[in-house]
Design a protein around this ligand. Structure first.
Ligand code: FEC
Length: 314
């Protein structure tokens, strides 16, 4: 019997090239092509971030390679080999491609995990549903890590990043306690609240734990990157929050996008370009914590969750 355990590492996905943006956007819009205006608006956002779309892919590739190394170094993984496969939500290799590849490679048992720590039926829930459906069709046994928002190593990694940036504010002459820390995450349609979705509560739990560990003086939670659809999305959006903070005469703001783990458009554009420009107009200093990317503590968080889930299934 094979001693290989497949790990389906799922994430949002990014276009492969600037030419691939239309197909990617059409997939996000469930097969509906964007208008020329919508496509231009998204293309402009990718063009505005350094290096366009390419570094985003490399970043995910690195995370997947590093996770595989971390898993196979774990003492609990003796006599087995973890093999990681990518499964992207909106770009190739799609979630279904990852499952199919595992089956082709003779993998019989797999664990799925998403590069997003918080569960929502509209985010992680849809990844799991698609992977589960494909695995059933292909005869692969798969279980899932659904969230890891309170894993101690994740909290430690985030708290270290918050602390490091607060040090920089202090070095620049600000009072550490007067820096307002804004924890943020991708907004979702407001209707998730009436569905009893755990997303918002999990995000608040992570925020509170990180704030405690980093000894943050003042913090609050805000949403960002709401979709461009007609229904109401969870708010307040970070751009409104910054206006409120200006009225409160807050001068120093540190954004900690805890709902995201990687440098991608929603961080590099929505925070580093859009939110920073608004803050600058209002004479506020806005900084952002570094993304986790392939941080060893984050890789250990994922590795521990995968190994724990695998052990439970034995
Ligand atoms: O860097 C990149 O190339 C990808 C950046 C990216 C990430 C990301 C993460 C999340 N999204 C979530 C929910 C939605 C919902 C919609 C939606 C729409 C978009 C569009 C782009 C986009 N998202 Fe995204 N998201 C990223 C990029 N997202 C581009 C389309 C244009 C726009 O509206 O801005 C609305 C469509 C729908 O109903 O499906 C909902 C959530 C996350 C965080 C969890 C995760 O990573 O899966 C939730 C990164």
């Amino acid at each position: 019997m094979s001693n290989k355990i497949g790990v389906l590492v799922m994430s949002y996905g990014t276009p492969e090239s600037m030419e691939g943006i239309e197909a990617y956007y059409t997939h996000i819009r469930r097969g509906n092509k964007p208008s020329d205006e919508q496509l231009k608006e998204l293309t402009d956002r990718y063009e505005a971030i350094v290096g366009g779309v390419f570094p985003l892919r490399e970043n995910t590739d690195r995370q997947v390679r590093t996770l595989q190394d971390t898993l196979n170094r774990d003492e609990r993984a003796q006599n087995v080999e973890f093999v990681c496969y990518q499964g992207l939500k909106h770009a190739a290799p799609f979630i279904e491609d990852g499952v199919e590849q595992m089956v082709k490679d003779g993998i019989k048992q797999a664990i799925g995990i998403v590069l997003a720590p918080h569960y929502s039926v509209m985010s992680v829930g849809t990844y799991v549903k698609r992977a589960q459906a494909k695995a059933e069709e292909a005869g692969l046994q798969i279980s899932f890590v659904e969230s890891y928002h309170m894993h101690p190593l994740l909290i430690e990694a985030l708290a270290k990043r918050v602390s490091a940036k607060l040090d920089l504010f202090e070095e620049a002459g600000a009072f550490r306690e007067s820096v307002r820390v804004l924890f943020s995450a991708h907004s979702l349609p407001e209707r998730i609240l009436s569905m009893g979705d755990p997303y918002q509560d999990q995000l608040l739990e992570t925020s509170k734990a990180v704030a405690e560990q980093a000894k943050v003086g003042q913090w609050q939670f805000t949403w960002q990157s709401a979709g461009r659809t007609h229904e109401p999305w969870l708010g307040p959006d970070i751009l409104e929050t910054l206006q409120d903070l200006k009225r409160e005469q807050v001068e120093d703001v540190l954004v900690a996008p805890i709902g995201f783990v990687s440098d991608h458009l929603e961080v590099l554009y929505d925070l580093d370009i859009e939110a920073k420009a608004i803050a600058k107009e209002m004479d506020m200093r806005l900084e952002r914590i570094d993304s986790l990317n392939s941080d060893p503590l984050y890789m250990e968080t994922l590795s521990d969750c995968v190994i724990t889930s695998w052990k439970q299934g034995i």
